[in-house]
Design a protein around this ligand. Structure first.
Ligand code: 5GP
Ligand code: MG
Length: 188
């Protein structure tokens, strides 16, 4: 158990566990897209560390775009998704892979996929480091899931609690947080 003053964290996935999961994902994706180019759509901010590790393990030529969605307020999703940065290069005719940190209810992913489909990519798949499958409310498919887990609010390896904890190399569950409730509406 780690104690960051007002936040208590329980280690769920240490660094080597995460790196093994990233390596397995990169191998599967590299095999599936062999001979093709892949365009990564990275969902900021949470996926930035995962995407950097994943991209460096892919045995494919890749290009990048970054988008930013917002729906979270503290540890609760508001269910109302908006796109903060939709300024991406044209995706028509490209093989797209959305790179997400966590898919939880699926609300933000569904919103993003619908938006991307309208721009006529050649193909569209999703890679998420963590798939909280049991909490799904929207019928979205995660084609490549690194770690499947049930519940709990996770931080570390890019994931934040109100902008804190992203830099931790492992992934932790927030056990108590005296700040929860009155948190601002910061983008993910
Ligand atoms: P969804 O729309 O699927 O409910 O949630 C989408 C986004 O909420 C995820 O991509 C992630 O950025 C954020 N999120 C969901 N669960 C967690 C969590 O356990 N910890 C953190 N830090 N963010 C989460
Ligand atoms: Mg995310």
């Amino acid at each position: 158990m780690e104690n960051l003053g007002d936040i208590k964290l329980k280690l769920l996935y240490p660094e080597d566990h995460i790196q093994d999961a990233v390596r397995r994902l990169a191998d599967r994706i590299s095999d599936d897209y062999e001979g093709e180019k892949l365009h990564l759509i990275i969902v900021l901010k949470g996926a930035f560390i995962f995407a950097a590790d994943l991209a460096r393990r892919l045995r494919l030529p890749v290009t990048f775009d970054f988008i930013r969605l917002s729906s979270y307020c503290g540890m609760e999703t508001t269910g109302d998704v908006s796109m903060i940065n939709d300024c991406i290069t044209p995706v028509r005719g490209k093989h797209l892979l959305v790179v997400e940190d966590i898919v939880d209810t699926g609300t933000s992913l569904q919103f993003l996929l619908q938006w991307l489909v309208r721009n006529e990519p050649k193909s569209l798949r999703v890679c998420a480091l963590i798939d909280k499958r049991g909490r799904r409310r929207m019928p979205v498919v995660v084609d490549y899931a690194g770690i499947v887990c049930d519940d709990g609010f996770l931080v570390g390896y890019g994931l934040d609690l109100d902008e804190r904890c992203r830099e931790l190399p492992g992934i932790y569950e927030v056990v108590t947080n005296q700040l929860s409730g009155g948190l601002d509406d910061s983008p993910m």
